[in-house]
Design a protein around this ligand. Sequence first.
Ligand SMILES: Cc1ncc(COP(=O)(O)O)c(C=O)c1O
Length: 455
Amino acid sequence: MSTSDLTQALTGSARDFRAPQGTDLMARVGPFYEWTEVRRQRSLWPYSKSTQKAPLSTCTAHDDSGMQFTGLNFGTQDYLGLSSDPEIKEVAKAVIDEYGIHSAGSSALAGNTKYSLRLEETISGFLNVDHTVLYPTGWAAGYGVIKGLVRPSDHVVMDGLAHACLQEGAYSATPNVYLHGHLNVDSVRRHLRRIRDKDTTNGILVVTESLFSMDSDTPDLKALQNLCDEYEATLLVDVAHDLGAMGPGGRGFIGEQDMLGKIDIVMGSFSKTFASNGGFVSCNSVAVKQYLKYFGSTAMFSNALSPAQAATVTKVFEIVQSEKGQQLRSLLMTRIGQLRDALNAEGLKYTGNPSPIVPVLVGDEALARLVSRQLPALEVIANLVEYPAVAKGDARLRLQMMPTHSLENVQALASKLRTAIDLAQVEYARYRAAVGGVTGVTAVTDAARPTVTAA
Ligand SMILES: Cc1ncc(COP(=O)(O)O)c(C=O)c1O
């Protein structure tokens, strides 16, 4: 393999292909495929894996080239390990026998089912709010709630690390989008003050997450809600990653911070803890619920959750609130602590607070790709996250935990990651020497973070 091929596979990012040029819309996307193919041929393209078996704590998968590998699975989003739980499977099977597979309509027409109506009530009760709207995915909920409520003359102030569905919803709704410093309440206040100094007639939506999925950290939700009240703004909190899996009774950081029923709008996804696709938006206003159902295009013009999905998620909410749910959360937290200890013992760096997401920091994209390449041979399944999903030079392995991981699993994982990094560092040093230090890789700088609007 030539050094220039390797350089191509170890440098660049998906962002380089974000704005293809030329008249032929189909031909001009070719260079992205060619770049991924160079990486794929060198086993440096770890995306689009497909599981060949249920995603349990060990799993068999194919990579994007069809190569099969089996290993410890820390790359699955199933934070209470319920997606293969016998109780859950029984519910899904029974509802399929009763209803068939499909909802066969959008929720605005005849796609609601007795199971989706029950799920809406369950979520409202769980969050101590009056109303819930369901969406086919969490992405549709995040995009749909912003696009549904915000108009071009309104403003959106959002955390610079907010999820793509929130960012895309915001930018499609209004040109007035301001990214504030990550978790930085003072930055939010400065934005709100500046907007209200000039505009007292239009709406402001402040958008954040209760657990950020790349960094495992959490904002001060009470401070944000207070600010919104002060500046006549509305707060939207995405609880995709903590609801059900963390906090008192599974109420996540909203429960932890005593904000149950006190946040203007809560949205979430079922795809992390609730063993299904789907998402929701909850609030205390029946008018907002009705408006979103007909003006949030991702609910209005998309088929509703299938009856089996709705019934499954309802069953997970029941488990989350039961003794079994409590035990699963407690075991999950034990394993999270044990993994963090094991990583410390191996001298590996991770970031964030204890949560089902444990981001192991690698840094340079080239090194991180080489680390990730080692994983199949070491029998580990874990996801590489690189720029632009995180800042340039801040690549990481995002480990995702389940209570079904054993102590032996987490200890073995830490030791295998140590080996992967050691082996990759040797390759990386050799590569750097071969290219004379000119690798095109960028050191971590604040400037490489997503652009945050000054305030
Ligand atoms: C914070 C956050 N919000 C929303 C979503 C979208 O959820 P879903 O997978 O249900 O579409 C995700 C999933 O990646 C997420 O991490």
